[in-house]
Structures are given as C-alpha cells and as structure tokens.
Design a protein around this ligand. Structure first.
Ligand code: ATP
Ligand code: MG
Length: 232
C-alpha cells in the first residue's frame, strides 16, 4: 500500500530523517514509535506531502507520489490527522465533520458521523458549537473525528493519544482496530511509547531520524526494545 525508501528530509542544515525505509501493507495497523524529536511528525508530514524530501521515494499503491501535492495525495485516499490543529475554529463541530466527510460517499456520510459521535459523545453534545470554543481535548477528538469520517484508504495519525484521557485512548484504539477489521483500511499511528503495539500489527522504531527496528508485534520484546532503542 505504502512504501517509503531512502527518505532524507532536512530542515535547513539539520537532517531530521536519514535514509528512512518504511512500509505498510493494505489492511494493517503500523506503529511508528520513538521519543521526542525522533522524526515521527516529519515522516508523516513528508508522506502526506507537507514537506519535501531531499532524497528518497514514496509510493502509494504502486504509484510514485513524492512529486504530488497534498491535495493529489488526499484524492488518492491518504489522510493525515496531524499532531496539532486541523479543526476549522470558526465552524461548528458538525460543519467540521461535514467538511471531513466531503469526499466520502454521500450515502455513508451520516453513518460515519454517527459513529464518530458514538466514539466521542461530547462532540454530539457540542455539535452546534464553534470549534474554537471546545477544550483542547475536545478539539483533539474533533480532529480525529474529521479523519475518521473521511474516505481515507490510508489514515496517518500523529500521536493519537495526545490530549486524550486514558479511557478515550482505549476506546479510540478499539475503534481503529474495528475500522481496520471491517473496512480493510491501512492505519499508521505514531506514538512516543511502545504502547502503540497494543493494536499495531507491526512497529517501526525511530530515533534521531533513523529507523532502528521493524518488528511484527508478536515478535516484539517490548522491554528490550524500550531499553535498547527508546531509552525508557
Ligand atoms: N520546522 C523545523 N525547523 C527546524 N527543525 C525542526 C522543525 N521541525 C522539526 N524539527 C526538528 O526535527 C527533528 C524531528 O522532529 P519531529 O517533530 O519530526 O519529531 P517527533 O518524533 O514528531 O517528536 P515529538 O514526539 O516531540 O512530536 C527534531 O530534532 C526537531 O527539532
Ligand atoms: Mg511529533
């Protein structure tokens, strides 16, 4: 589904990603685990087209996409839920979700929005409120909701657990797992801790801009990985 090879990304003179290889098969949940500053956001933003790589290639469904715009990648079914922001502050919660669902087939939009309301009931309660009036955590739920109602065939979620209460994180992960099972969507999740393995089929470890390991979750010795690569 997604194949990244030899990706190098620089911010000015500093390199944030060095020769990164990364991939996801269709219908998989892939975790991207690494500490602060490891390059998780840089990798996801480069895949989605917000940053241009200095070197390397990105393929989506066998098509080379690193020269394509964010919108072209979006039209191909790639959706990024960024670590911060992503809501339209001067639109209501419902309007934000309507915009998120705009590329989804109209027959299923209502159902997708209902499912998001079930996952995050507070969004239902706040449906007519402007997004700017939501709390930080509620805005985070809305940003995730916008991703969930989209027609994404590949959903990239940058640190989904940030700003959410542990109970909400558990529910979100259960929902993502159910979405994967029922729709065959491909989901890439970044997290600072290896806890992402709870639902991931495979985990890449990244540190200082380099991929340190890629393991199927069942083979992952999380304690060893934590000590060895993530310093936790
Ligand atoms: N706009 C920028 N200009 C210069 N350096 C940047 C910029 N954005 C990120 N960096 C640097 O690139 C490196 C990778 O940052 P990135 O945001 O990708 O890490 P991350 O793994 O997402 O971290 P976090 O868990 O804190 O979100 C860091 O050293 C960071 O300081
Ligand atoms: Mg980040």
């Amino acid at each position: 589904m997604l194949k990244v090879s030899g990706l190098t990304v620089n911010y000015g003179a500093t390199s944030a990603l060095k020769n990164v290889d990364f991939y996801a098969y269709q219908g998989e949940i892939v975790g991207l685990a690494g500490p602060n500053g490891a390059g998780k956001t840089t990798l996801l933003e480069t895949i989605a087209g917000f940053l241009k790589p200095r070197e390397g290639e990105i393929h989506l469904l066998d098509r080379r996409i690193d020269g394509l715009s964010v919108l072209q990648r979006r039209m191909m079914g790639m959706v990024l839920v960024p670590q911060e922001g992503n809501v339209f502050p001067d639109m209501t919660v419902r309007e934000n979700l309507d915009v998120g669902a705009i590329l989804s087939h109209k027959d299923i939009r209502e159902r997708l929005i209902d499912e998001t309301y079930q996952l995050f009931p507070i969004l239902h309660k706040r449906a007519t409120q402007f997004a700017v009036t939501l709390s930080g955590g509620e805005q985070r739920m809305l940003a995730l909701g916008i991703g969930l109602v989209s027609n994404a065939s590949i959903l990239l979620i940058d640190e989904p657990s940030t700003g959410l209460a542990p109970k909400m994180v558990t529910r979100l992960f259960e929902t993502l797992d159910a979405i994967k099972e029922s729709t065959g969507k491909t989901i890439v999740l970044s997290e600072q801790n290896i806890g992402v393995t709870e639902i991931a089929d495979r985990v890449f470890g990244i540190e200082a801009g380099e991929i340190r390991f890629c393991e199927n979750t069942e083979n992952l010795d999380s304690e060893a990985v934590r000590d060895l690569y993530l310093g936790k």
